[in-house]
Design a protein around this ligand. Sequence first.
Ligand code: IVH
Length: 700
Amino acid sequence: MAKKAKAGGAKPVEELSVKEAKAEHVRLELEIALHDKRYYQQDAPTISDADYDALRRRYEAIETQFPELHSLTSLTRKVGAAPSGKFKKVRHAVPMLSLGNAFSEEDVAEFVERIRRFLRLSEKDELVITAEPKIDGLSCSLRYEAGKLSVAATRGDGAEGEDVTANIRTIKDVPETLKGKDVPDVFEARGEVYMTKADFLALNKRQEKEGKALYVNPRNTAAGSLRQIDPRMTAERPLKFFAYTWGEASELPAPTQFESVAAMKRWGLPTNALMKKCKSVEELLKHYRKIEQERASLPYDIDGVVYKVDRLDWQERLGFVSRSPRWAIAHKFAAEKATTVVKDIDIQVGRTGKLTPVAKLEPVTVGGVVVQNATLHNEDEIARLDVRVGDTVTIQRAGDVIPQVLGVVLEKRPKSAKPYKFPHVCPICGSHAVREEGEVDRRCTGGLICPAQEVQTLIHFVSRNAFDIDGLGEKQIEFFFEKGWVKQPADIFTLEKRNKTLKLEKEEGFGETSVRNLFNAINERRKIALNRVLFALGIRHIGETNAIRLARHYGTMEALRDAALAAGKGDAEALSEMNDINGIGEVVAEAVIEFFKEKKNMKALDALLGEIEAEPMEAVAKDSAVSGKTVVFTGALEQMTRDEAKAMAERLGAKVAGSVSKKTDYVVAGPGAGSKLKEAQKHGVQVLSEDGWFKLIGKK
Ligand code: IVH
């Protein structure tokens, strides 16, 4: 189980009260969203994969234990992060999802067991599962129409990716035309774009010779190469591709995973030769070990083994749970470790005033990457590890993230090393740094007088998932802030008007053109989705997901503000309405109310709204017959299991409830339905048979 500092709470999930679970769910959601952004968009992750996985696991465990916290916008439904905006956007016809993880042999056995249960297989029924390497690259979807490559897109946030067709065409591995009589009219081949280890090393040698910065690892380099604006740059960096699954397909070449991959190979797509069909957990693990042994000698980086149910009709029945298929899982390899010396412990101050300790390390190579920093998370983690300046520590890195400190090698501790005293004042503004009861983090109380927080708030405001203004990043914001030109968000939008006197183009690094481009980029953002504005404001607990929830519920900033102000003045109805929004709850609602109560915030918001227009948000899956409806399934369903039914309804935008009330729109009843059927009749709720349900959603 995850450590306290990693997963944010020592209490086992089963022991959490509803209130605690809600609060932790919100906190984890925020934290995960932040790490997603750092990893997927900024290429600058700050925690290890293992830590990230621990956060995810706890988040998922909370949702399993408290299903009421699981909503349509739950992070468990999200993959990666939204596209960065450099390229044209491509909406995926079939979402590009992620994989759940297995870390131990028990996890693998459980995965297989779960599948058998879900499909109601008897011991005699054979269950074939494929096992293949998990390539450490970035996933891409290649759309072929009439056998010709038409569009290639990155995964992005799973729903929408970036159009990288021109760049993909430079990859020699990727055929322009698929060959064969059975190539479907439409076929989206999906797989991993990667760089071989040899090509990566050669590229770095060249960089070194030319005195340029070195790349960190093949995965990052492949990602960077594919996202080059100029395809000629991509062509200079040799990328490769493995196809391992598909998206939209007008028809499928075979009834199994294994044969379908074989068909892709016949059509000319590169596939991985290490894929094997296995008939038991033992066989899966045997193949896992074989691949692990070969890992170092493979020409490309891998970080685990992926298992997939072979029969496609079973994959279809198993469907998806949130962001990953039930029919597949990634069995990860253990992380890589090394020892080094802690030179210093630095304290960084974030946007919310949070003090984060970072160990400054004697540079050391772990898994081919030079590591100089490791996060120490918080005060408790330092105390738990008793890390001291001068200590030799074991560090671990998995993937391309800032590593974590696993522990201290006590035998090597210098006599002079003193226990680390966590500062009680902010290193930036000198204000008190306090730790509230029940919180793991110490925070600076300087609020807006703390430059770190002010600047961080502005940096957050222009970040990718917020206002995302081209040419206005951390460096520029810091510069404008120091100059006193931008103190609050609205100032960004008045820069152009003020530029007659500011004369930005005269400053070093800003030519006429770049200033023009900057103002154009700012003006482009004068009309922007409400949820982005809400997220950008940096309200505590309002990450992207909660911003979407609020935007969807209230529709406009005015409606949200009125509701928050009313709730703040004691209007019980307004308060309970906000609390009741799926996934919001008391802690988040309180943060929103507090934000709107604060005069300073209102002034800043008004100034901002004088410059921009926040567009209302559209609801999900609007076109489905059941979107927004509340459905209750009861009785013995015969054509689908209860889990399948629930997943299907939620996919279509419906909310699935456990009990019938007057808010219920449909009760889907199978044989043997009892009290819920009676309740439905009492409230006049429409009752459907399973067939009726399928008809309603257009599947029969
Ligand atoms: S199958 C529905 N197979 O791992 C998801 N994914 O952690 C189908 N990946 O998003 C994915 N090698 O980018 C699959 N052999 C493989 C893979 C693989 C690497 C990546 C892929 C996926 C991520 C999930």
